[in-house]
Structures are given as C-alpha cells and as structure tokens.
Design a protein around this ligand. Structure first.
Ligand code: UTP
Length: 400
C-alpha cells in the first residue's frame, strides 16, 4: 500500500500501528476506496489562464424593457416541465461553525424560519405564478444526507410536493495538512470531506437521476447555492432571457459594488465564457471601463446558473480543475487524540460549479438587483453573514 509505505504519512502510519488486526483490515479497505490522485494537485501550480476579455451581459434595464417577452418564454418552459432545479447543499459550512446542515439554520428572529424553508418559499412563488411544479434535486454529502432528508420529512417538505423532491449524495475527497500528510478522522478512517460543488452533475448521473430527468422531459437545470436566502429559483425572467438569446447557459450576476470587490466576475477566456477570480484581475482590468462608463469586468457571479441539460451530458466526462483550498480540518493526531482546530490547518480538494461555465459554448450573464436577490450567509456576523442577510431580508419585506 503506497501511502502506508510513505514515511511522510505519519497520521496514517500511526493509526495503522494502533489498530488491532481486524481494524488494520478495515483501514486498508477504507484506504482502497479513496481517489488519492487529488493529492497530485498539491504540486501543481494554479491552472494557467489564457486571455481574458469582457462579456456582454443583459442588464437590469434591458430585463425590464423586455420583461413581457422574457417572462412569456420562461413561463412557457416552466409550464412545459422543461426546467429542473438543483440545490447545492453538500457543503459543511465551516465558516458558520454549524455541526448540522446549513439549510437547517433558523434565520428568523421572532419566529422560526429555516434557510431550507425560505428557499422553498422562494421557489413556490415561481411555481404559483407558473401553475406548475419544478422538480427539485437536492445535493447532500455523506456527512449531512440523513439529517437533511429527516429535516425535510419532519417539516413536510415545507409544503412542496415530495414527489418533486429528490436527494442525491456527492463524492468525498481526502484532506491533508500543509505538508501533504493525509489526516485521519479515526483509527480506521481517513479524514474525508465533500469534494466541492463542481461535481453535482456527475453525482446526479451516478445516482441514476438521468432517467428521472429524461422521463420528465427536463431540458434546463438551474443550479444554486443553499446559503443565499434571497435566491430566486427557476426565475422565469432569467430562464426566458437565456432562451430568447439562444444561449447554452445563463448566469445570474450582480453589479460590483467597487472595482476592488472580492468577487469572481463573468468574462470571456479565449472567447469562451468563464469566471475570473478577483485575484486574477490585473489593476488595468479591474478599473477598465466600457464606452458607457461601466466597469468592463463589473458583473460578479452569485452561484445561480442555468445549464442546457443536453450540453451537460455532452461534457459530463470532461475533468474539472481541482482547487486546493485551506480549511479547518478535524483530525486524529499521531498520539490518538482528536483535534478540532480553530484556525485553518490544511487543505481540502474541491471542484467548483463555476468552472462548468467554461465548458459551455456561450453564456448569458443576467444582471439582478443585489438587494433583492443576493444575501449569502457564510458567517454568523460581519460580511456575508446571518446578520447582513437578516437586514437584507427585512429590506425585502420578509417578516422575521
Ligand atoms: P461554500 O463554498 O460557501 O462552502 O459553498 P460551504 O461548505 O457551504 O462553507 P465553508 O466554506 O465550509 O464555510 C457554496 C455552496 O456550494 C455548496 C454549499 O452547500 C453551498 O450551497 N457545496 C459546497 C456543496 O454542495 N458541496 C461542497 O463540497 C461544497
């Protein structure tokens, strides 16, 4: 076993030594299950980026001016059952410090209002308008699947028909310290964590959901994050605009608050749609302006994309780039003690949904009003927090 022989792998080796024969067998079996190739990404430099250029977006003004046309196209697609929604809820929410699924967070103040509930209510505004339900696929992980399903069951799916909700489990990846030494979660199990939100379509395929998608005649999948409580799901205006423009993909975007804002922006990369991370923009790009005076790279993504399902199947086998991210990773130390770090202590390996945009031939960025549609809850307090999201929800007239 390659990893056990590697002297550097102190956590695995000391766990092995502490095991009795039966446990040793278990440990070896568990190690066999893991895809260790992700560790090779530690040596790789950041993927080389090619040439960036600005991308045309549909802005709020155009969306308003062509509202009827877009709405009609979007509502027709919804009524014909062509749209499915995919809720990405496999993350661990480490920044929030929760030990339960993020969607179970109570975001209310004077009453109970759960994040999952808020999202379903948002979706039901659309399904009421369209007069048709939208199939909802919920991605969970090994860590939170059971709790998530039980939560939906306990709350009767918050009024949504349960026949329209399906859960599927994403893949896991090992985690290691800054030296590439794989952490152990226990004597027999390596420390595994969800492998990012990029593998959602592959995981749907593995879970056998293609059959369901085909049977229902779904042609578009709207994928979105669990932590934006103002998220508009299966938004007919957004769907309609993407259809009318004849694109393979759409991305909801918000106008950057300032050139320096730390948000990934929509752009073209060698002529194909892409997202440039804030640190990838040069000063010149950051401050570049269009003829109208707007920022040329001025539209930030909010993890709400619409993908052609057919296209997703075509690119399903293509490898997504693996990002090495610093996180807090609980682990079992060489002396057998369990450590729960308060600061990041190593790397996790993640693919990202935003990298799928680059696999599409084209993409329509659709501007939405930040205060109405973007309230991410990443932390309890401060920027992108429960506090800031509550203020934004109040501003939208949501009773808390
Ligand atoms: P984040 O990147 O904010 O990660 O996820 P997170 O795990 O929720 O939180 P931190 O970084 O540990 O604090 C953005 C969206 O992608 C989903 C999350 O559930 C959220 O909706 N996600 C993330 C997954 O579905 N799987 C993953 O492996 C990671």
């Amino acid at each position: 076993m390659h990893l056990l022989e590697d002297e550097k792998q102190c956590y695995i080796r000391s766990a092995y030594e502490a095991c009795d024969p039966a446990e040793k067998e278990q440990l070896l079996n568990n190690l066999k299950e893991v895809d260790w190739t992700v560790l090779e990404n530690l040596e790789k430099k950041e993927t080389e980026r090619r040439t960036f250029s600005p991308i045309e977006a549909v802005d709020v003004r155009e969306l308003e001016e062509r509202r009827e046309e877009f709405l009609k196209a979007g509502l027709a697609a919804l009524r014909e059952g062509k749209v499915g929604a995919v809720l990405l809820a496999g993350g661990q929410g480490t920044r929030l410090g929760l030990d339960k699924p993020k969607g179970t967070l109570n975001i209310g103040i004077n009453r109970e209002l759960y994040l999952f509930e808020r999202l379903i209510l948002n979706l039901m505004e659309v399904t009421d308008q369209a007069g048709a339900f939208v199939p909802l696929y919920v991605m969970t992980s090994d860590i939170n699947n059971q709790e998530t399903v039980e939560f939906f069951e306990k709350h009767q799916y918050f009024g949504y028909p349960r026949d329209y909700v399906k859960f599927f489990i994403q893949e896991m990846a090992p985690a290691c310290d800054y030296e590439g030494r794989v952490y152990m979660a226990s004597k027999t199990k390596p420390a595994m964590s969800p492998n990012g939100n990029g593998g959602w379509f592959g995981s749907m395929v593995k879970a056998g959901l293609l059959e369901d998608i085909h049977r229902r005649g779904i042609e578009w999948l709207n994928v979105f994050a669990v932590d934006n409580c103002l998220q508009r799901i299966a938004d007919p205006l957004f769907i309609g605009a993407t259809l009318v423009y004849g694109k393979e993909c759409g991305a909801k975007v918000v106008r950057k608050a300032a050139p320096e804002e730390r948000v990934g922006v929509m752009c073209l990369e060698d002529g194909k749609p892409s997202i440039a991370e804030y640190y990838e923009l040069t000063d010149e790009m950051r401050n570049a302006r269009t003829e109208k005076g707007d920022l040329a790279y001025g539209f930030g993504v909010i993890l709400n994309y619409l993908f052609s399902e057919k296209k997703l199947e075509q690119v399903a086998e293509e490898k997504l780039c693996i990002h090495v991210v610093e996180k807090k990773i609980p682990y079992m130390d060489v002396d057998g003690s369990l450590v729960n770090p308060t600061e990041p202590n190593g790397y996790k390996f993640e693919t990202l949904a935003l990298d799928m945009v680059h696999m599409m031939a084209d993409c329509l960025p659709c501007e939405v009003v930040r205060e109405k549609e973007f309230a991410p809850i990443k932390n309890l307090h401060g920027v992108d927090s429960l506090d800031s999201a509550r203020e934004l929800m109040k501003g939208c007239g949501i009773e808390l």
